[in-house]
Design a protein around this ligand. Structure first.
Ligand SMILES: Cc1cc2nc3c(=O)[nH]c(=O)nc-3n(C[C@H](O)[C@H](O)[C@H](O)COP(=O)(O)OP(=O)(O)OC[C@H]3O[C@@H](n4cnc5c(N)ncnc54)[C@H](O)[C@@H]3O)c2cc1C
Length: 396
């Protein structure tokens, strides 16, 4: 039966009124948008599993997990989900980083084992890469993986593992050879976080949150099918993961795509209406201008992606600029709050307001921006070499 798009929109509170029936709208509306609105009308509160089965969680992934969606189609899907107020499952490391690597390197059996529950959010994932002595220089990692019979024995220590305590699985880099260059002896594993020998200890960060952990791996046994790709091929796969990490960490809000923006800070100051010193006024305008430059850069990079002209350095460029800007916004917000900004729960939004709490938290959290996902210094090295063609970092 024909249902008008109006009917669909009324049910979902969508913005633009469209007054044609579904059938006749096909000429005027993108057929994909029409079908999506129909699906959303039939699934007003979709579960993670329903979204995954409809291939709407990671539409860029190939069939059968995604829709092989072009950048334009992805933007269309994002737009429709946003308008319908439908949120995708929260599983940043699973969906953003582990999943794409399993899509590239996993066997059919591995993909069928892990991808459905990554996409539905039923199994949460973490990333076991960094170690006490291997961060920027990740290739120097020492956690070892040795074959014993038909099992791998993993021994070592990982650090800064976000959400390890909430995760079912972790992507793990371990050393399988000491021959040749360090990066040629690394393999990529999937580790069940409840395996005997895995010990997870919390690391409380300066916001007071428990997101990080240190993870000890004491002769953890992994079956042969926990190896992703070939032995000693882990460095190539880690680059797939880290490339996706940089893209995921460069969204719109100033805290890795979350949190407020410079525009929000300006709006807050405007709404308070109190006089500003010349320096605060100058810094606020500079900060807002940097936010606008980043917004235009994001649009340009999206346009490049739409035209198939995206480069691998785009994410590094965007991340390096966005991370410094995030700290600029949060530091300025803290300064504008005056002495009250030094007390928990106080920010430019006023004493004990939710607004104040989030700016205060944001100020503390923003210190992580220039470290996580590859430090800003390292991103600038990449830009220097790959974009500007400058001589290589002599210490590398
Ligand atoms: C919020 C957050 C979440 C994280 N989550 C995870 C996670 O889930 N899993 C995980 O494995 N890791 C995680 N990390 C760790 C992160 O990847 C590392 O902190 C990062 O790679 C830097 O490594 P490092 O801390 O050992 O610092 P180092 O690499 O020791 O760097 C120390 C300093 O030296 C500088 N430096 C290093 N190399 C160079 C160079 N070649 N040239 C110039 N300067 C250089 C750096 O810029 C930095 O200022 C997370 C980190 C943060 C902040």
């Amino acid at each position: 039966m024909a249902r008008s798009v109006d009917e669909l929109e009324e049910g979902r509170g969508l913005l633009a009124p469209v007054t044609v029936s579904l059938e006749s709208s096909i000429d005027q509306l993108d057929i994909r948008r029409v079908e999506l609105r129909k699906w959303l009308a039939e699934h007003p509160n979709p579960t993670g599993r329903e979204l995954a089965e409809a291939k709407l969680v990671a539409p860029a992934w190939p069939e059968p997990w995604g829709l092989n969606a072009s950048v334009e189609y992805q933007l269309l899907i994002d737009d429709e989900l946003r308008r319908a107020d439908v949120k995708r499952p929260i599983n940043p490391i699973g969906i953003g980083w582990a999943g794409p690597t399993i899509v590239v390197a996993g066997t059919k059996e591995q993909q069928e084992k892990w991808l459905p529950k990554i996409l539905s959010g039923e199994e949460f994932w973490c990333q076991l890469f960094s170690e006490p002595n291997a961060g920027s220089d990740l290739a120097s990692l020492t956690t070892s993986a040795k074959m014993d019979g038909d099992e791998w024995v993993i021994t070592g220590q990982k650090l800064w593992t976000s959400y390890a305590h909430l995760s079912t699985w972790g992507i793990l880099l371990a050393r399988t050879s000491n021959e040749g260059a360090p990066q040629n002896g690394i393999s990529y594993f999937i580790c069940p976080m409840n395996a005997p020998g895995v010990t997870i200890r919390p690391v409380i960060d300066m916001t007071g949150d428990h997101a990080f952990n240190e993870v000890f791996l004491d002769e953890v046994l992994l079956s042969a099918d926990c190896l992703l790709g070939e032995v000693n091929e882990g460095w190539r796969l880690a680059k797939v993961t880290l490339g996706n990490e940089r893209v995921s960490l460069s969204g719109e809000g100033v805290l890795w795509g979350r949190g407020p923006t410079a525009e929000d800070l300006v709006a807050l100051v405007r709404s308070q209406g109190r006089p500003l010193s010349k320096i605060d006024r100058d810094d606020l305008v500079k900060c807002w201008s940097h936010g606008e430059i980043l917004r235009f850069l994001r649009m340009r990079l999206n346009a490049n992606a739409l035209a198939g002209k995206a480069t691998s350095s785009d994410a590094s460029l965007r991340k390096a600029l966005a991370d410094d800007h995030g700290q600029e916004v949060m530091t300025l917000a803290q300064r504008l709050a005056g002495s009250a900004g030094m007390i928990e729960g106080h920010g430019p939004g006023g004493i004990d307001s939710d607004e104040g709490r989030s700016w205060y938290w944001g100020f503390l959290y923003s210190q992580a921006l220039t470290i996580g996902g590859g430090t800003s210094v390292v991103q600038r090295n990449i830009i220097a070499e790959r974009v500007l063609g400058l001589p290589k970092d002599p210490s590398a």
